[in-house]
Design a protein around this ligand. Structure first.
Ligand SMILES: [Zn+2]
Length: 89
């Protein structure tokens, strides 16, 4: 019985790193109730995140790849929590 699984821990780690950088910069936040990441749509926070990525990319990752991953993660995160009821405010 073959149970071969192609795992890609490096990519998962890179994504986790990008999320951590975005949170640190304040570009995204976690819904307190449901835990979904939300894009805060703050251009200054995004700039901070890109700056952090460029200055301090993960080991073995080029600054360009680190920035690309940040952009990729941002693109995958919505600006609302999918489980929070829409509020008119
Ligand atoms: Zn929520």
């Amino acid at each position: 019985m073959l149970m071969t699984k192609e795992r890609q821990p490096a990519i998962r780690t890179l994504r986790g790193w990008a999320i951590a950088v975005l949170q640190e910069a304040g570009a995204i936040r976690e819904c307190e109730e449901h835990g979904w990441m939300q894009d805060r749509a703050d251009p200054h926070a995004r700039e901070r995140a890109f700056g952090l990525a460029r200055q301090d990319p993960p080991t073995g990752i080029s600054p360009d790849d680190a920035v690309a991953e940040i952009r990729d993660v941002l693109g995958s995160i919505g600006d609302t929590c999918p489980q929070c009821p829409a509020e008119a405010d």
